[in-house]
Design a protein around this ligand. Structure first.
Ligand code: DX5
Ligand code: ZN
Length: 245
């Protein structure tokens, strides 16, 4: 069995005036997860949306909601995002001094726990919390905006984190500037979960989105390194709920 590639379109690049329709379109287009970028204008220099919007769009799809919290403080809001319908909740290692506590809180809410690292953050930041993780998200842009260029400097970090993860059932996600042109390199470095915003929401129709998602998936599948394939890595696909252990 090979490790599946998960494609998670970021709805930050969707038309917010038609958000429900846009989510239905990427659902039909073959998105595996729905990536929700929450920004607070404090931890990152932009404001996007919060738990109420996530709650409103939750009924549109049964796909996994992959909620990326770019907010600080984060702990006071975890319960709200859990109740809104998040399946995976990812916090930033840089968002506060008590990452271990935040990760415990996410699992205590019955959700999958993720940690994200900004481009300048060393992978060693997660060394002592690996067993509390279901997902590691490597930022390949500085968080805050869609449509930025992929930072090649992060490929080495992805590769190092892949080694740190070993056989643990942890997904390795990459976010920022991912396109069909760099998806192979991202997967070759060891990523198995690819977020893409502007590269997916290009065109207007679900058919356009399907072509964009398929192109990223095909490139990522082609780039996968056989030695990195683990049957133990969970898929967290829709229908499997969050039971990955
Ligand atoms: C950046 C966000 C990303 C971003 C991805 O802060 O976390 O998810 O929206 O968008 P693209 O793929 O356009 O870089
Ligand atoms: Zn994101």
């Amino acid at each position: 069995m090979t490790r599946e590639i998960i494609i998670a379109p970021s709805i930050l690049a969707a038309d917010f005036a038609r958000l429900g329709e846009e989510i239905a379109a990427i659902d039909a287009a073959g998105a595996d997860w729905i990536h929700c970028d929450v920004m607070d204008g404090h931890f990152v220099p932009n404001i996007s949306f919060g738990a109420e919007i996530i709650k409103a769009i939750r009924p549109v799809t049964s796909k996994i909601f992959d909620v990326h919290l770019m907010i600080a403080p984060v702990d006071p809001y975890l319960e709200a995002f859990a109740k809104a319908g998040a399946d995976v909740i990812t916090v930033h290692a840089e968002a506060g001094p008590h990452l271990d506590r935040s990760l415990q809180a996410i699992r205590a809410l019955g959700k999958k726990a993720g940690v994200s690292l900004c481009p300048a953050t060393l992978e060693s930041a997660i060394e002592y919390v690996l067993d509390r993780l279901d997902l590691v998200l490597v930022m390949t842009v500085n968080p805050g905006f869609g449509g930025q260029s992929f930072l090649d400097s992060q490929l080495e970090k992805i590769s190092r984190i892949r080694s740190m993860i070993g056989d643990r059932p942890i997904r390795l996600e990459v976010d920022g500037g991912v396109t069909r042109d760099n998806a192979a390199a991202v997967a070759a470095a060891g990523a198995d979960t690819l977020v893409a915003g502007s590269a997916v929401f290009r065109g207007k129709s679900s058919a356009d989105y399907a072509g964009n998602i398929a192109a990223i998936r095909v490139a990522a599948e082609a780039g996968r390194v056989p030695r990195l394939q683990h049957s133990s890595v969970p898929s967290m696909r829709a229908g499997e709920g969050v039971r990955i252990r």
